[in-house]
Design a protein around this ligand. Structure first.
Ligand SMILES: [Zn+2]
Length: 294
């Protein structure tokens, strides 16, 4: 695992898991075999399993080391979490996550700030871990900087539908006094800030990084797959506000295409990072070379 240098900032990553996730037709209700056919030659190179038409998706965190802070962005699924809708994530007990952190030369104590693009289970799981019969913040010295809107949304899903994410990944951090609830354009330090990108969830944020000598944007789930570069209006089945999600995605693609900004996605196939290029009325993703930054 290596660090990518962007001027005064370094970015590393932790991969919790990687593999086929869900049928592309279940994930994107607008997808059809006919629409995919002209793009199979590149989709089958890592984005789709050609035998099953499942999307191949890593689950990963990025770590941004600025001159002042070590910032963990999105904390994957975590261990011992209740994820009844996706059995592979339910009650996981893996070692890859903390091992990945160690490979970057970091201990949980070294994380100064935790950011979550949103509070779905695969972006907030390692916020906490189960020890001595209760949930504890995994990162004992961190401020967990969370969108106020996202926290309200997670609490609502918990109260209304019994979704366990709030109780397992958010409330223990608040009770420990480590949560800071912020607006969606919050500035963490001179090099890192939130950029509002609502739609997938109400308070979804991208994370902007300016290293003064290179810059990056971490997308979270405003876009899930490179197939949405070709079809920006395709929404994930469970995007919270589908019209807003599509508008946010199109605006994001326009804003960051044909520029030097490194685009660091959550779930595009590894290496998940690269640049956006224009392709007619749509876009394409130009990956970093194989083997880079993994
Ligand atoms: Zn996700």
């Amino acid at each position: 695992m290596t660090w990518m240098k962007l001027g005064e900032v370094e970015i590393g990553r932790i991969i919790e898991s990687n593999g086929p996730f869900m049928s592309v037709y279940d994930f994107f209700p607008d997808a059809t075999p006919e629409l995919l056919a002209p793009h199979r030659h590149w989709l089958d190179q890592g984005a789709l399993d050609p035998r099953t038409d499942e999307l191949i998706m890593p689950i990963q965190s990025y770590v941004v080391r600025t001159p002042r802070h070590v910032v963990l962005v999105d904390s994957c699924v975590g261990n011992h979490k209740s994820v009844k809708w996706y059995p592979a994530w339910d009650q996981m007990n893996g070692t890859s996550y903390l091992a990945g952190l160690a490979t970057l030369g970091l201990r949980p104590e070294d994380i100064d700030v935790v950011l979550c693009s949103h509070l779905h289970v695969d972006h907030s799981g390692w916020n906490t871990r189960w020890q001595d019969g209760r949930w504890h913040p995994t990162f004992p010295n961190a401020r967990y900087i969370l969108s106020k809107k996202e926290v309200e949304g997670a609490e609502y899903l918990h109260t209304k539908y019994g979704d366990p994410t709030y109780a397992e990944n958010v409330l223990p951090v608040i009770e420990a006094g480590q949560a800071v609830l912020v607006a969606d354009d919050h500035q963490v330090d001179d090099h890192v800030w939130l950029e509002p990108t609502p739609g997938h969830t109400r308070g979804h944020c991208a994370i902007r990084v300016d290293g003064r000598g290179g810059d990056a944007v971490i997308t979270g789930d405003l876009i899930h797959s490179p197939v949405q570069c070709q079809f920006p209006h395709w929404n994930f089945r469970h995007d919270f506000d589908k019209a807003q999600a599509a508008a946010t995605r199109r605006g994001f693609l326009e804003r960051y295409c044909e520029c030097a900004t490194q685009v660091l996605t959550a779930h595009f196939p590894l290496p998940s990072a690269g640049h956006l290029r224009r392709a007619g009325d749509a876009f394409r993703f130009e990956y970093w070379p194989a083997g880079a930054f993994i």
